[in-house]
Design a protein around this ligand. Structure first.
Ligand code: ASP
Length: 401
């Protein structure tokens, strides 16, 4: 029994991360070659996302006891997403102002030939981007937000049809969901191997050197992420949900580990659903609603990272940001994190919007690109942890009400 536990997928994944770093550093060539194993693993996870999002949200909503319960979960989920994202940005700004990394360094020298296109996001585009004009196009493109929007509407619409017909749809999607979960279990068994290849290739590609060059910035982001993950979020869980967040973390740690290794909240979704339901004690209806939505719009780690990154870029450009500008950062970062897709590097692309909002040149993200993939892994793990904690918190709140 003890041996079985020692060789659990979680422990093997942790081991794979450590060995992957060393392997990628020392055997660059081979590491780049075996990247295909990591890509294969990622593809398998991604393959499950769309059917799972569709089925899990549909059955979550149609299994609620009524519209009141849907409203109650929806309001709780959005209140949780927004408040924790806001807290993450505030924490990022506070930690940044205390440590003040990069001040006096004035090392702004924009690399030549950077070709970065600015991400524009007007409010109308933002709202329109939620609504699919053609659901099949959205499905084939894997556009998660429009798919979620359609599924919620479709499920709510189903609440108004004949009960027997609704049961047909429910059973159909429930069966899809169960089958996908079986596939998810199979893919999860491959995690240590996939993670090893992904980490080794990442280290081989970017090396570890940039980390030392930008160490003050990297450490500030990591410290703030650490505080958010171990103090802020657990405090909310404990105060409002009355459960031990650290024990819960130990039960579901597989998902944040995979989020870390893949740097993709969306790719981690199948695993998050699986561990939340089988190990974390979260019901299908809560997990099915809170996790797919959270993976797409609730990104505490990304929000926190973006706030620090913008302030850092201002610092090394010798630009002093006023309080009003910091408030602008707070607002734009919150929206940027909601708009960011759950894929690697999405946060960095959205940051062009934040830089623009305070008048910094968008090209300046080139200064922090070298460490972005590394920080992406940490912020994605925190994004995922925030979603899983939210699911458990809402489960507890529903049980008590
Ligand atoms: N990679 C992150 C995620 O999937 C998004 C980001 O780039 O910050 O959650």
């Amino acid at each position: 029994m003890a041996i079985k536990k020692l060789f659990s997928v979680e422990n093997l994944t942790l081991f794979a991360i450590v060995v992957g770093v060393a392997f990628g550093y020392h055997f660059k060539e081979i590491a780049l070659h075996i990247k295909v194993i990591g890509d294969l693993y990622l593809q398998l996870l991604k393959m499950l996302i769309i059917p799972l999002v569709f089925a899990s949200i549909y059955i979550a909503i149609t299994s609620l006891s009524g519209k009141e319960e849907l409203k109650s979960i929806g309001i709780k989920a959005f209140a949780y997403y927004l408040s924790t994202t806001a807290l993450a940005v505030i924490l990022g700004l506070i930690i940044f102002n205390i440590i003040n990394p990069g001040s006096g360094e004035h090392l702004l020298q924009l690399p030549q030939n950077v070709n970065i296109t600015k991400k524009e996001l007007s409010l109308s585009d933002f709202v329109l981007s939620f609504i699919p004009a053609n659901i099949f196009e959205a499905l084939s493109k894997g556009a998660i937000l429009p798919i979620i929007f359609f599924t919620i509407f479709f499920a709510v619409g189903s609440l108004f049809i004949d009960v027997n017909k609704r049961a047909v749809l429910y059973n159909f999607f429930d069966a899809i969901n169960d089958a996908m979960m079986v596939l998810a279990k199979w893919v999860i068994a491959l995690t240590p191997l996939g993670v090893f290849a992904l980490i080794a290739a990442t280290v081989a590609k970017s090396g570890l050197e940039p980390l030392f060059e930008l160490y003050s910035y990297v450490l500030t982001v990591l410290l703030a992420l650490f505080i958010h993950a171990t103090i802020t979020l657990p405090a909310i869980a404990y105060i409002f949900g009355r459960f031990n967040p650290y024990r819960y973390f130990l039960a579901i740690k597989e998902a944040p580990l995979i989020a870390f290794s893949t740097a993709s909240s969306s790719a981690t979704l199948p695993v998050s659903l699986e561990v939340a339901e089988t190990k974390g004690g979260v019901s299908k209806k809560v997990a099915g609603f809170v996790l797919p939505l959270g993976a797409t719009i609730n990104m505490d780690g990304t929000a926190l990272y973006e706030s620090i990154a913008v302030m850092f870029i201002a610092n090394i450009s010798g630009v002093e940001l006023s309080l009003a500008q910091q408030i602008t950062i707070f607002v734009t970062v919150t929206f940027a994190s909601i708009g960011a897709a759950g894929i690697p590097g999405a946060g960095l692309i959205m940051m062009t919007m934040v830089l623009d909002s305070v008048g910094l040149p968008v090209e300046s993200i080139a200064l922090i690109i070298a460490v972005d993939r590394f920080l992406d892994m940490f912020r994605t793990a925190i994004n995922n942890w925030g979603d899983l904690l939210g699911a458990k918190l809402i489960e507890q709140l529903l049980r008590r009400s």
